[in-house]
Design a protein around this ligand. Sequence first.
Ligand code: AMP
Ligand code: MG
Length: 500
Amino acid sequence: MNAPAAARLPTVDTGLSWSNSFAALGPGFYTRLAPRPLPAPCHVASSPDVAQQLGLPAAWLQSEDALRLFSGNALPQGGEPLASVYSGHQFGVWAGQLGDGRALLLGEAQTAHGPQEIQLKGSGLTPYSRMGDGRAVLRSSIREFLCSEAMHALGVPTTRALYLCGSPEPVQREAVETAAVVTRVAPSFIRFGHFEHFAARSQFDALQQLADYVIARFYPECADGADCGGHAGNRYAALLQAVSERSAALVAQWQAVGFCHGVLNTDNMSILGLTIDYGPFQFLDHFDPGHICNHSDRQGRYAYEQQPGVVLWNLYRLGQALQPLIGDPAIAMGALESYRTLYPQHFMQRMRAKLGLGAAHAGDSAVIDGILHLLADQAVDYPIFWRRLSLAVADADFEPVRDLFADRARLDRWLLSFEEHAALSGRAPDADLMLKNNPAIVLRNHLAEQAIRAAQQGDFSELHTLQHLLQRPCEDHPGHEARTGFPPDWAAHLSISCSS
Ligand code: AMP
Ligand code: MG
């Protein structure tokens, strides 16, 4: 269905030099096809920062060529568009074959920052679309665009978003919405599910080819196994350990910043330890460890406090998939163990930074547990608490922090214990460190929602304002108190599901 259209699509010379190494893996890994053009596309937003990373002039993003390319109305000269095949576990259950059902890899460009894949999301049906329509709606595309760039600015590893275009094309979800395409950029979009796919089919040659490809390009230190956890001679165990380590660091950042992914299926787990596939994600408003951001997640499998455990569960699935290459199961288990050790270390390090404490000291975890319990008990706004605490340390005025607590005596007791602990361990909370680790603005649901509602009326100004503010999340933004302040009451009733 797409093939004849492909022949008719014009090409655009981006000036990029293309390497297309994933395409070189061979046809067992993907289907080549062209995008289905988005009708009457319009530029909604773009990221000059990502353009610069690719070596594209920022001004080019405003061109007709860019619009045609990133709406699937043209192909890049030198790119080899394809949809990749993967499988995965969804909500704890083996789901069999999935794949890029609405994403299309345009190709891989060589950049000053290494190889970068450029991928459209929402660009039409592929052989892996199953019951889907191959499209993405403007609502979810705005959320993905803004959050990718916001996470990057927070220093959280993530796929990036280069371009967002909209269209009047109707798309049926719970209601009729309109179509959009996000152009995403990452060194690779390979997921745990890619490995599960070939393992489940006993295609061990393909499995090994994929693992060798990932090691050669992204984990060269694992090539002989020696530099990765002492797995000398077992490069696949070394890879499993390295992915476990990156994943541990990633989840610690999510927990510290209060980010809930929402759909941590194995097909949404990046082999590079990047945040990938923004769907019903949410930044916590008040601190509720059991918070479930995905309306479709009835059991709370992906609740905020479950994330560290569920990522380990996903790593076990990756370990299972790599087992035929690793050999001895005990070695695979050993590689996975690193997660159990590293996750708490990374989490503590992130939380210490939020408290302005540099080096680790005995007793830190009691102080951190103490404040997290208190925040949960009193349902205190998570980002605002941390930002106010940072400002309080900077200004020596704790009243704005105390105002957040119904039971101020309990806060005062914790503040005293924190002060004593810092003094006893010879550390003074560093206000600068706190301000850098406690953002003034995160992409809360209601902020995204306001940008979406305006954009659905053709007004992209709120989206652009948010994009601008989220690029510098740890700066105060005078005049934007409505965007850095408490969520409105209606935010509690927003319902975000898998539907996108
Ligand atoms: P997700 O839950 O968004 O990670 O998607 C899970 C799987 O469903 C992936 O293989 C997606 O490509 C596919 N998928 C999701 N939405 C659509 C859609 N509208 N059309 C085609 N495939 C889709
Ligand atoms: Mg996905």
